[in-house]
Design a protein around this ligand. Structure first.
Ligand code: PHB
Length: 390
């Protein structure tokens, strides 16, 4: 008996000396598999590409590794289609066995993704989708966001517009992001003494705006607030100007309206005032280095989506550094992610107890191809995380 034990002990010591890994160690030495689930087609295609570019830029700056591990990508085009989301994420988790899920842009797709992530206890980092629930009633230890809640930029914009105007009409795509954005705007706008007199919606990703523009012209509110992004945003702003409304009724929105879309809008976009957690012309060295690196790698200017992708990789890197690349040490990894302080191009941010950035919001004004920073409208804005029990 003792001899057998001694023999086993010797084998174990020999194995250690030879560097033979235990299963847990083996996990920390192979490539780290990242499932990138993002839109690469449809109205949000440019957003998915910018997030991917930003993510890969940080990995490249880190020598192709996070926490000492090389990276392998499994990439899925989710088409911003909630109907295909569960099948897409199932493939990444159950067939490809990714270590981490990174995605996505569309709130409806992200909700389906997070459901599978929760059920399988897979770490998920959300580099855009703002669905309030994900860091509200559905908050979870394995879910982290490097972007915003739909409430955040909407609330910041509402606070600003509420100081200038008494009435507003909102117009959005009818899905989680649009509705929550309109709600956040209304909350702040009405707190400041204004009144949202009409809430208009159209199905995502429709761009038949004409009947809504006619209705807005007949209501004559003092201001209009819209949530649109990507290709749809460019079309809306052009239609708003062509309808003759640009010079009579000020148009506001979260900065998604004008981020990455100004070139396509041409003159119609010039002068638009929006609120967002990123802007062009921020005076910080991290942003300057990030922008120079992005321009060199992609021959393009980065936008908010590129920043959020970059920060998703930064956050993951900060966590993996603590667990030395062993993504299997889930509890330690989550603690490290929770404690991370991110030096973002947007300015530094930390995460709330619900795992959402607590961050400054800037007022920006469209000038040429830039959303130039005008001022900080709300400092250190935290989402109220209503319903989060963590
Ligand atoms: C969302 O669906 O949450 C969403 C999409 C595009 C944006 C912002 C939010 O630009």
């Amino acid at each position: 008996m003792t001899r057998i034990r001694l023999a086993l002990g010797l084998v174990a010591i020999a194995a250690l000396a030879m560097g033979v890994a235990s299963p847990a160690q083996a996990q920390a030495t192979g490539k780290l598999k990242i499932g990138l689930m993002l839109p690469y087609t449809g109205t949000y295609a440019a957003l998915g590409n910018a997030i991917t570019n930003g993510f890969k830029q940080y990995i490249a700056e880190s020598g192709g590794k996070l926490g000492g591990r090389e990276i392998e990508y499994v990439v899925v085009d989710d088409e911003s289609d909630p109907a295909k989301a569960t099948e897409n994420v199932d493939k990444l988790v159950k067939r490809d066995h990714v270590d981490v899920l990174v995605g996505t842009v569309h709130s409806g797709v992200a909700l389906a993704m997070a459901k599978v992530a929760r059920e399988t206890n897979t770490l998920m980092i959300d580099p855009n989708a703002g669905a309030d629930e994900l860091t509200g009633p559905l908050c979870a230890p394995n879910f982290f966001r490097t972007s915003f809640t739909n409430w955040q930029p909407a609330y910041a914009m509402g606070e600003y517009a509420g100081k200038k105007h008494k009435s507003a009409v909102t117009l959005t795509w009818k899905y989680a992001a649009g509705q929550q954005s309109a709600d956040g705007f209304k909350e702040a706008f009405e707190k400041a003494g204004g009144k949202v007199v009409k809430e208009l919606t159209l199905p995502f990703p429709n761009v038949e705006f004409q009947p809504f523009l006619t209705e807005i012209a007949s209501i004559k509110p003092e201001a209009v607030y819209v949530f649109f992004a990507g290709g749809g945003a460019a079309k809306f702003v052009k239609d708003y100007a062509a309808a003759g409304l640009k010079n009579s009724i000020p148009l506001y929105g979260p900065g998604f309206l004008t981020d990455g879309t100004l070139e396509a809008m041409g003159d119609a976009g010039q002068g638009l005032v929006t609120a967002l957690h990123y802007a062009d012309g921020l005076d910080n060295p991290k942003d300057k280095a990030f922008r120079a690196g992005y321009l060199k790698s992609y021959q393009a200017q980065p936008d908010v989506y590129a920043v959020q992708g970059y920060d998703a990789a930064q956050l993951l890197g900060a966590g993996l550094a603590v667990v030395k690349g062993d993504a299997g040490r889930k509890d330690d990894l989550i603690k490290a992610l929770e404690a991370a302080k991110i030096e973002s191009p947007r300015g530094p941010f930390s995460l709330s107890r619900a795992h959402n950035p607590v961050q400054d919001f800037y007022l920006r004004k469209a000038d040429g191809r830039d959303n130039k920073v005008v001022e900080t409208v709300v400092k250190g804005l935290a989402d109220p995380a209503r319903g989060c029990k963590m």
